[in-house]
Design a protein around this ligand. Structure first.
Ligand code: ZN
Length: 274
């Protein structure tokens, strides 16, 4: 009985975040059978974070999979042990949350790259599977003296507008960081076969002149090698992006300090699991 109560709480909290309807039949059936299926009680924190932040696309979680808004499922945990690089090359949903995004850490430890582990299937489902599909969701966002394409999906463009507005109110000495920025670009991550977050239209690189990228500073080094951390982007700028659901590449051991990526799932997850 205790087990049943736990499941009801867990399912209803996921539903309330997701505004899901009474049509969640698989979960209802699981509640009734909870004593015989104890594992059904656990809804992973990552699934809750995705459901809370991407309610248009995540319908629920059952039997170890996320249920998408089109009824298809994505396996949450493939139960495969992976190295750091393998996680990035072949991430399941669970892998996306193995490194919580800790806003109290300014000097990342070895291979601490929260947000670089991305499940491509989920991101393509939300933002588009091809450059043509992603392009259909792009709108223009005023960014200081530029108009930049950014996806309207998940409220990303509105969040970037809110970032610009708040950054504009910073003292003049900060403004040099905002010019010559770039956003959408369907391409692979430099030096790998992974699709860059810029491909989805929810990522911005601010001024490269004052930015540092680990590959520029360490030519010839691999992701498994030791490097020295560098960042020149002020904390005030990073905090404003984070307030509006963006993660910063300045938080990564493999630093990419110009890079800000709309990932409210990871920000939400990290606040909830602190
Ligand atoms: Zn970038």
């Amino acid at each position: 009985m205790k087990c049943q109560r736990l499941l009801i709480i867990a399912v209803s909290s996921l539903c309330s975040m997701n505004a899901c309807s009474q049509t969640q039949e698989p979960n209802v059936i699981s509640i009734e059978k909870a004593d015989s299926i104890p594992s059904a009680v656990e809804i992973p924190s990552g699934a809750k974070a995705l459901s809370a932040t991407y309610p248009d696309f995540i319908k629920g979680y059952s039997d170890g999979s996320l249920t998408l808004s089109n009824g298809e499922k994505i396996i949450y945990d493939d139960k495969t042990q992976k190295s750091f690089v393998e996680q990035m090359d072949n991430a399941d949903i669970e892998d996306m949350f193995t490194q919580p995004y800790d806003t109290s850490v300014w000097t990342p430890s070895r291979n601490y790259d929260p947000g670089r582990i991305r499940n491509e299937e989920l991101l393509k489902f939300m933002y588009g599977k091809t450059s043509q599909e992603v392009s259909r969701n792009l709108v223009k966002v005023k960014w200081f003296n530029q108009q930049l394409p950014f996806t309207k999906v998940n409220g990303a463009a509105d969040s970037l507008r809110a970032v610009e507005k708040e950054l504009a109110s910073l003292p003049e000495k900060y403004h040099k960081y905002f010019y010559q920025s770039s956003t959408y670009n369907w391409r692979k991550v430099r030096g790998s076969d992974r699709l860059s977050a810029h491909s989805y239209g929810m990522t911005i690189d601010i001024c490269t002149k004052y930015s540092d990228f680990w590959r520029w500073k360490n030519p010839g080094k691999e992701e498994t090698d030791e490097i020295t951390y560098v960042n020149r982007i002020p904390k005030e700028i990073i905090r404003i992006f984070e307030k509006h659901g963006f993660i910063s590449g300045a938080r990564w051991y493999h630093y990419d300090t110009m890079h800000f990526e709309f990932r409210p799932d990871l920000i939400h997850y990290s606040r909830k699991t602190k």
